[in-house]
Design a protein around this ligand. Sequence first.
Ligand code: HEC
Ligand code: HEC
Length: 342
Amino acid sequence: MISKEPMFGRAAFLFLVISCLGPSLALCVPATLSETGMNQEGVRSYTPQYPLWSDGALKKRGIFLPPGKKIETENPDHWLFPVGTKIWKEFSFPIAGRLRKIETRYMEKISDEEWAFATYLWDESEKETKLASEDGVKSHIQISSAPPVSHDIPSVSDCLRCHKRGGDPVLGFEAIQLSAARDTEAVHFEISPPTDMNLRELIETGKLTHNAPEFKNGSPRIEASSPKARIAAGYLHANCATCHNSQGSSLHTRMDLRHRMTAKTESELPVFAETIGKRTKVFSFPGVPQTLRVDPGSPETSALYGMMVLEGASHMPPIGANIVDKKGIEAIREWILSLKKQ
Ligand code: HEC
Ligand code: HEC
């Protein structure tokens, strides 16, 4: 509907909301990235301490919280964001000797129940962007030549496979990821510059409704008995718990790898309790019906490690990367090797 009245405000609004990507979620987003307000006042950078591996992409992230509004943090593990929250994640790859911006992913909370998901593709000059198709773009750009590997732009349904954990679908802007006591040993650790927003600042500036004791005044850490266990838990939280959580897209595996702020000890963390010495539910190695998720001391007979190394349909993670994450695999191997045989 286009209003005939010459009301600038209204016309500008109609112009902005021009793309509705899906029938079920009202996925209405602007046609270009600049119209999302990425450069508006109030957008802050942040850097999760346990990043997602995406074929070695370099990432920059930004968040806009509507002024005067708070994040509801009564449940320390499930933050609820105010309507109007916007989050961006920019992906760059080194291509032909130059770092090139390729895509910027975008999420916006458009009502109490709905989030819009979209991704914008950068042109070669890195000046213009256009909204990607809701079906994504397979082999969008070649990012390595030997062997040849391309970067895929995920479809909106793939966004939703990973961004699902009950409540708001935000994955990397949460207490453990924003801790001021950063895990410098994390796999693919990224430096958080002093201009970044972190948990301590969110608490001190009153942006959270509750300052839970678990937030440790802004510096929580994963409670694990050794650095190897902590690094593995952080890695699995960011890279695998996207689907493997109690409300995630692969909950039929009944394996929760998501970190839990409320866990006081290692044994209360599902990532350890549901894997070490525990049988798999759906997957087994050929001829080994009693496959264990984690076989202490033995990575090769552990499904958690084995499926990251496997090629083909059973490879984990099933989407999100075309280049296997050697450092991630090594961290899981080191952790399993460090566990005492039972
Ligand atoms: C393979 C799983 C996966 C897929 C597929 C995926 N994401 Fe994400 N995304 C993540 C994880 C994990 C994070 C947080 C960690 C990080 O930022 O490195 C994240 C972070 C983000 C963020 C920053 C806010 C947040 O939730 O932390 C945005 C925005 C985003 N993704 C948008 C998208 C969009 C849009 C799509 C689809 C086009 C998509 N993502 C597909 C896993 C995924
Ligand atoms: C995009 C969603 C998604 C992501 C991300 C993901 N998985 Fe999975 N995973 C699945 C699905 C779906 C299955 C079940 C496969 C089936 O039904 O055949 C599965 C099964 C498994 C199983 C077998 C569990 C059992 O008890 O049978 C293991 C182990 C596993 N994944 C490990 C991982 C690891 C490790 C990562 C991260 C490196 C990971 N997954 C990331 C979707 C995902």
